[in-house]
Design a protein around this ligand. Structure first.
Ligand code: ATP
Length: 237
């Protein structure tokens, strides 16, 4: 279980997150929705050790992880699939995947191969092309690669920052379908998205963040039915 209590964080003199409380249980998909600049990326950066919190606690299975380095967070089982995918176009798909397992340097080649097979199972388009440069992949396939690379770290908690960003509408639906299919793996999945409608459709619970504060949380069904959320995030009155 990933648990965030009274988290605050910011940049320089600016406090961006205030008193954020959030939980994600294993096997659960939790959506974090909010407008551009609301603080979604700042929150997932804190959870993955890329930004030190200013206050509050982050625990994974009861152990404090706030203040740990990004590498230590990955080792404990928290992995961020960053906004914009951050795949390496000049490297092969295989090399990109292996980078995801860099913290598990003790693995022998047979174990790495098994991990590649396991991590790519949800994304069958990737494996037949593993020796091609990643730059050959479409945007949607690069997003799939970014998620598969995240799975290579053997996470307990997986955070996806805006996975649908910049994708054509047909691919957006495909990416959300594939994320929904990850539910069976027992991971705690936090899905940070501006696309409220589709992230609420595939998630179990959701948090709404505005100006760095959680302003609503509940089952995704209830959040979807809320008139306030509909007005602000779903483009209907
Ligand atoms: P987006 O969808 O645009 O990424 P977001 O909800 O993820 O939005 P954040 O990126 O967390 O929002 O930004 C929250 C606030 O923090 C914004 O006001 C933003 O300008 C500010 N911010 C983000 N990154 C930095 C940074 N590196 N230095 C200073 N301020 C930052």
């Amino acid at each position: 279980m990933l648990e965030v209590r009274k988290l605050s964080a910011g940049y320089g003199n600016d406090i961006v997150l205030r008193d954020v409380d959030l939980t994600v249980a294993p096997g659960e998909i939790v959506a974090l929705i909010g407008a551009n600049g609301a603080g979604k990326s700042t929150l997932v950066k804190c959870l993955s050790g890329l930004l030190p919190p200013r206050g509050g606690t982050i625990t994974l299975d009861g152990e404090r992880i706030d203040g740990l380095s990004a590498r230590a967070c990955v080792l404990r089982g928290v992995c961020l699939v960053p906004e914009g995918r951050q795949t390496f176009g000049g490297l092969t798909i295989d090399a990109n995947l292996r980078l995801g397992a860099y913290v598990h340097s003790q693995l022998d080649e047979a174990s790495v191969q098994n991990l590649i097979d396991e991590s790519c199972r949800p994304f069958p388009a990737l494996l037949p092309r593993r020796d091609e440069p990643c730059a050959n992949l479409s945007g949607g396939q690069q997003q799939m690669l970014a998620v598969a690379r995240g799975l290579m770290s053997k996470p307990k908690a997986l955070m996806l920052d805006e996975p649908s960003l910049g994708l054509a509408p047909a691919l957006v639906s495909e990416i959300f379908r594939l994320i929904a299919d990850l539910r069976g793996r027992g991971l705690a999945i936090l899905l940070s998205e501006q696309n409220a409608r589709q992230s609420l459709a595939i998630s179990d619970r959701a948090y709404v963040i505005e100006n760095g504060r959680i302003v609503a949380c509940g089952t995704s069904k209830d959040i979807l039915a809320s008139s306030d959320v509909a007005e602000k995030y779903l483009g209907v009155g």
